[in-house]
Write a protein that binds this ligand. Structure first.
Ligand code: 1CP
Length: 342
């Protein structure tokens, strides 16, 4: 059966749409009281993410409560290292921590290429349940971390401003670095293909830490692995979002993906010139949603006007911040819908 609202899929394929589609990175969770209630019931983030019925419930919430044009499966990029044999913990108010980290080829040998059904079956089941609950209303987005961003967490063991432990490996042990990146890539390709088989209508790669690399390092340690993934996923549109990688836009634009995500540091008209052949997604500063309703409307209209007739999906330039007022989020979404229809 055909989707009732397939605006995002058509925009991703480069088609002109009757209005601009809109969704929000990190829309599931964080800002909604309804999410926090389910999270409470689950007891912990990990329990929520690994209980398919509950993960599906919070995935659908933003479609019902915010009116976005797509759902994104509730999970985390760190389930891939877990599937490879490196478990993580989620510390309240602090974020993810890996009790063990990977630093040598010997450590790497102990990890496996994750088997999606066996090691990540709970995500696939959540996708199947979500698809039924969505009942063809809007597309479902699957996702994974880009290999370099996953490499950062597997070596560093936690979030960091600099990821200097991760970057040290790139300089001191490129052989190990490439071997780990390849194992993550192989796991990610199998995982995304399984998400698509389970029902994901498009997939997004989050290279959240792209911006800590030099252009040369990005070309060596991130792009080739993203390229392998883009070349392998031919079933559905792929979005590449490389936060901070303004310097690599032209090369990202030449990958075989359908959509390129932009953050708010990336100038819109410059990005259109650097990436002429792909749909663009983004790029409102999430902090705009702290401003007044009038300011939000002005900024959203300015953004849409700048993207103009370029194939486009409206979004923020990074995930919505947890202390954002859901009514301001609704204002963002409503403004995109109303203004782009004219
Ligand atoms: O909100 C959603 O869309 C739900 C699904 C989702 C997604 C797409 C979560 C749930 N995490 C992610 C992606 C993710 N996770 C990224 C890429 C996107 C981005 O850059 O924002 C990254 C880098 C992570 C890693 C991660 N998980 C962090 C950052 C750590 C750091 O400082 O480097 C944190 C804090 C988490 C925890 C997490 N993941 C998701 C939620 C709802 C939470 C909060 C935990 C909780 O509720 O207890």
């Amino acid at each position: 059966m055909k989707l009732k609202n397939d605006l995002i899929l058509r925009a991703a394929r480069g088609e002109q749409t009757e209005r601009t589609p809109v969704w929000m990175m990190r829309q599931a969770g964080r800002i909604l009281a309804e999410y926090r209630a389910v999270r409470e019931k689950a007891g912990s983030f990990i329990k929520l993410a690994t209980t398919p019925e509950l993960a599906a419930e919070v995935t659908v919430q933003p479609v019902d409560l915010l009116g976005v044009d797509a759902a994104i499966i509730f999970s985390d990029i760190l389930v891939v290292p877990e599937g490879m044999g490196l478990p993580y913990e989620m510390i309240e108010q602090r974020g993810p921590v890996f009790p063990q980290t990977v630093h040598t080829l010997g450590d790497l040998e102990k990890l496996r290429i994750a088997d999606p059904e066996e090691h990540l079956g709970y995500v696939l089941e959540a996708i199947r349940i979500t698809k039924k609950a969505l009942d063809h209303r809007v597309p479902l987005i699957g996702f994974a971390g880009a290999p370099f961003t996953i490499f950062c967490y597997m070596t560093e063991g936690k979030g960091s401003k600099t990821f200097s432990v991760a970057k040290k490996h790139l300089y001191t042990d490129p052989l190990f670095s490439h071997a780990l990146l390849q194992k993550i890539t192989d796991s990610t390709i199998a995982y995304l293909k399984a998400q698509i088989a389970a029902g994901a209508d498009l997939v997004q790669l989050f290279d959240s830490w792209a911006g800590i690399l030099s252009p040369e390092q990005y070309r060596e340690f991130s792009l080739p692995y993203i390229k392998q993934i883009c070349d392998s996923i031919t079933e559905v549109p792929v979005t590449v979002f490389a936060k901070g990688a303004f310097f690599a836009r032209e090369e990202i634009g030449q990958l075989s993906c359908s959509v390129v995500g932009l953050d708010w540091n990336m100038d819109i008209s410059e990005s259109k010139k650097l990436i002429p052949d792909k749909t663009l997604q983004g790029n409102l500063d999430p902090c705009v949603l702290y401003a007044s309703y009038d300011q939000i409307r002005t900024e959203v209209r300015k953004m849409i006007a700048q993207f103009g007739t370029h194939p486009y999906i409206a979004n923020l330039g990074h995930g919505v911040y947890p202390d954002t007022d859901p009514d301001k989020v609704r204002c963002f979404i409503e403004t995109v819908k109303e203004y782009s229809e004219k």
